[in-house]
Structures are given as structure tokens and as C-alpha cells.
Design a protein around this ligand. Structure first.
Ligand code: NAP
Length: 250
């Protein structure tokens, strides 16, 4: 985005068009500011982002990380997910790119309301680079009328994670990858993450074994306290919400 602005600015000089120069400058400068914010959120330098080839060779990277992968993926049904959530009192929802892909934000809000009606305290943990653009999760959740007070930034939610009964990871992968904190050989080592693995139970919603943006394996999915709710996030959440509705009707 930033480079397109700078290119427009340069074109403005060439064709002697002041409007193009000013507009290009604004786009270029705001893009640079955003880039710096994103680099900070990923704990990487601009040079590292531009030249390190991050995500350029997913097979090799996944292989390197995959060698340390231990454990097995444990699927869970929507019915069992409902049973876990029904008993939970502290729930954190961690949205990622997959929530945006499946457009699950409205049904997520519905689930959060049902959990609250059931006596649980619900928070949304927001990672600064979750999704594919700055503020992606904030925009989607605001669109679904999730109360702003329920959105908790990464630095504020992490100290609370050990007290969470359930962490629901909705289409997030890189932003909850413990390798970023533990594995010095990982390309994402040093990137701050949301510590989903510290919750008592973690339920991950994704369609299959697809990697995230970085192309890396994620040990979180193999931990003993993690269960995988497979399927499109919106459809999976709708099934869980239906279970809550049938409970309310009985
Ligand atoms: P992610 O690491 O890209 O992972 C997204 C996950 O969503 C995938 O593992 C995928 O697994 C799952 N998914 C995709 N479609 C789905 C669907 N319909 N239903 C359920 N799950 C679905 O996402 P993230 O954790 O949000 O991390 C963001 C990444 O993007 C970071 O690496 C960040 O650096 C990068 N990035 C961010 C920005 C920004 O400005 N926010 C910009 C550029 C890059 P399945 O295929 O198995 O379903």
C-alpha cells in the first residue's frame, strides 16, 4: 500500500500534478506508519520483513518445525463442545483470519451472548496482526455489534489466560503458535502471541490441517488440552449455538 502511494507521488512529479503528489504522499506515509506498527506487533525489523523470505518456502519451514511436533490431533463434536462450554465460567474467544474467511462474526456474537446468559464471563482476545489487515478483527466484531468492552488486547489478556476455563480459537493459527515463544529455530520466534495454550481447555475451529500465513505447523493443536472442532467456522459455531438453543427450549 505504501509503495503504491509513493509510486503515485513519483508519477505526480513526472506529470507535474500536485494533487497526485499530495495524495501519493498521504497514502505512502500512512502506509509506512502502518508498516512500522505491524513490524512492532510481529517483533521483526522492516528489513527482516522485506528481505528474509518469511513464508516464501512453506514446505521447508513446516518441515523444520514439524520435526519437533509431538502428540495427536483430537477431534471434538459440536455436541461435546457444547458440553464443555456449558460448564465453563471464564471463556476467551480468539478470532483469526479463518473467522473472516467464514464470516462467522455474527454467530460468534450470538454464541458469546448465550454463554453470558448461561453465567459465563466472555472476552475476545485481539492480536494486533490477526487476520490480514490492521484492525481486521476489531472491524468484523464491531460489525457484529460485539460490545467494545469485551475486546481485550493481547498484552492485557495474556496474564489472565491461566484462569480461563476455555479458549475458543476461531480460525487463528500463527497468532496462537507457541513456537513463537518457545522454539528459537522457528521463523516466527519472538513474535508476541496470545497464550491460548495456557487455558484449561482449548477448542480450535478450523477446516482441516491447513497452515496459517507463515506456513508453519502449530504445536497448539497437538497439546493434551486441545480439541479440534473441524469444519467451516461459521457452520461449526452454528451447530454449537443450536445445541444451546435446544437446551433453552427444553
Ligand atoms: P492464520 O495464521 O493465517 O491462520 C488462519 C487459519 O484459519 C488457517 O490455519 C486455516 O486453517 C483457518 N481457516 C481458513 N478458513 C477457515 C474457515 N472458513 N473456517 C475455519 N477455519 C478457517 O491467521 P491468524 O492466526 O489470524 O494470523 C494472521 C497471519 O497473517 C499472521 O502470520 C500475520 O503476521 C499475517 N498477516 C497479518 C496482516 C495484518 O495486517 N493483520 C497482514 C499480513 C499478514 P484450515 O485451512 O485448516 O481451515
Amino acid at each position: 500500500n505504501s509503495l503504491s502511494g509513493l509510486a503515485a507521488c513519483a508519477a505526480g512529479f513526472v506529470i507535474n500534478n500536485n494533487v497526485l503528489v499530495v495524495a501519493g504522499c498521504l497514502v505512502g506515509t500512512s502506509g509506512v506508519i502502518l508498516t512500522i506498527i505491524m513490524c512492532k506487533a510481529m517483533n521483526r525489523s522492516l528489513a527482516n520483513v522485506l528481505f528474509s523470505g518469511f513464508g516464501a518456502a512453506p514446505a521447508a519451514s513446516a518441515g523444520a518445525a514439524g520435526s519437533t511436533m509431538q502428540g495427536e490431533l483430537k477431534p471434538i463434536s459440536a455436541e461435546d463442545t457444547f458440553a464443555v462450554l456449558e460448564a465453563a465460567r471464564q471463556v476467551v474467544i480468539i478470532p483469526g483470519y479463518g473467522m473472516a474467511v467464514s464470516q462467522a462474526q455474527h454467530v460468534v456474537r450470538e454464541l458469546a451472548e448465550m454463554l453470558e446468559n448461561n453465567g459465563a464471563e466472555v472476552r475476545f482476545a485481539i492480536h494486533p496482526v490477526a487476520g490480514r489487515m490492521p484492525g481486521h478483527m476489531n472491524v468484523l466484531l464491531a460489525e457484529a455489534n460485539v460490545p467494545y468492552e469485551q475486546l481485550v488486547e493481547m498484552d492485557a489478556i495474556n496474564p489472565m489466560m491461566p484462569s480461563m476455563d476455555v479458549a475458543i480459537v476461531i480460525g487463528a493459527n500463527d497468532v496462537v503458535n507457541p513456537a513463537a515463544a518457545r522454539d528459537k529455530s522457528s521463523p516466527i520466534y519472538g513474535m508476541p502471541i496470545i497464550n491460548a495454550h495456557e487455558a484449561r481447555t482449548v477448542i480450535c475451529l478450523k477446516r482441516g490441517k491447513g497452515a496459517g500465513f507463515s506456513g508453519l505447523e502449530n504445536q497448539l493443536f497437538l497439546l493434551p488440552n486441545t480439541r479440534m472442532l473441524y469444519g467451516d467456522a461459521k457452520a461449526s459455531l452454528q451447530s454449537v449455538v443450536s445445541e444451546f438453543k435446544s437446551l433453552a427450549n427444553t
